[in-house]
Ligand binder design. Sequence first.
Ligand SMILES: Cc1cc2nc3c(=O)[nH]c(=O)nc-3n(C[C@H](O)[C@H](O)[C@H](O)COP(=O)(O)OP(=O)(O)OC[C@H]3O[C@@H](n4cnc5c(N)ncnc54)[C@H](O)[C@@H]3O)c2cc1C
Length: 391
Amino acid sequence: MQTAEDLTPQEREEQDRMVLDSVDRFLERDVVPYAHDLEAGDVYPQEIVDKMVELGLFGATISTRYGGLGLSATTYAKIVERVSEVWMSVSGIFNSHLIMAAAVERSGTPEQKQHWLPRFATGELRGGVALTEPDAGTDLQGIRTRADRSGNGYALTGAKSWISNAVEGGVLAILAKTDPEAMPRHRGMSLFLVEKSPEFQVEKRLEKLGYKGIDSGEFVMDGLFVPGENLVGGVEGRGLQQILSGLELGRINVAARGVGIARACLMKSVAYSQVRRTFGKPICEHQAIQIKLADMATQLESARLLTEQAAHAYDRGERCDMEAGMAKLAASEAALHNSLEAMRLHGAYGYSKEFDIERYYRDAPLLAIGEGTNELQRLIIARQLIARYPA
Ligand SMILES: Cc1cc2nc3c(=O)[nH]c(=O)nc-3n(C[C@H](O)[C@H](O)[C@H](O)COP(=O)(O)OP(=O)(O)OC[C@H]3O[C@@H](n4cnc5c(N)ncnc54)[C@H](O)[C@@H]3O)c2cc1C
């Protein structure tokens, strides 16, 4: 059978266009009419998730040999942009699932790939990544969750917080310390795939400013048994590296979300400024408003190009932590900027719960925090600059 990976460039382009067209139809039919009410009620969008399963979105970047769509990061970023332009929370439901899948596909044993990836690809088994703890986020090497050897597996003890899909998902990739004394600290960290079971349930949802609908869970593990075959790659001490390789794709996806929000805010502002009138003319004829629109469009395009550049580098198999970091930084700042400017430009209507601008304004700040804060992105960019251009 011909797979997406061995299509000609023209065939691949055609396939990508068809995927993007079906995503556009899905958004128009199944998300646009419901997003406002589901968001307002903070309701998990189960029917939208069922449609995404049908579309194959949970296997978007998983290769076709495991039943995924085998899409490039470039096409995947375009999907995330489109989804986030409508409702960012929907993208979060498959994004962290695909970060988990990328870690398994890149670092899992052949048996693990055969066991997990087909179920991830169909969306039958969905989940996310559990790295953050109540007292460790940016400094991941400071996590306290321990995995102690126990019989033919490990006993996990510790707490995780802010984990997307933890309540609604069926599996999580959990980062833990197999050797808390190891130096450097990352050598003592390992990644485990933990499926929900009567012993492992997550119920606590954290309340948030935005990013509603998708669950952000918190849980405690007290000697939770995990079979040895669920240790990703079958070797201890590689967990941080395994998850960080998935986070490059994660940062590209956060950048794409930022581009989606920045574009939604710009386009709504362009439209509104032509119908809202003050002092006898549409507000788009006031120069102060034109300057806002121009700055919003310029930030959007810079963010879009950086995101495309990072996705291309990822697709070429290059190390792209600097490119993904720049894209994530620029696009999340563009989303923050454009959502605030859209709110100013819409006046009281921007502040109203009846319209979408206030939602973009509440969703955008997450992008400066998730997948590594923007402060951390700056450190990554600077370190790479120094490493790539030694004096
Ligand atoms: C809605 C939501 C969903 C999330 N989903 C997930 C998920 O699915 N899985 C998961 O594991 N985590 C998830 N997170 C957690 C997220 O990844 C962390 O919040 C993030 O990594 C930052 O960690 P922290 O909140 O502990 O902040 P801290 O690490 O405590 O940082 C606090 C501040 O200090 C700054 N800072 C820290 N170190 C430095 C430094 N060296 N130099 C300069 N500044 C520094 C940070 O930039 C930040 O401004 C989610 C968070 C949210 C809000």
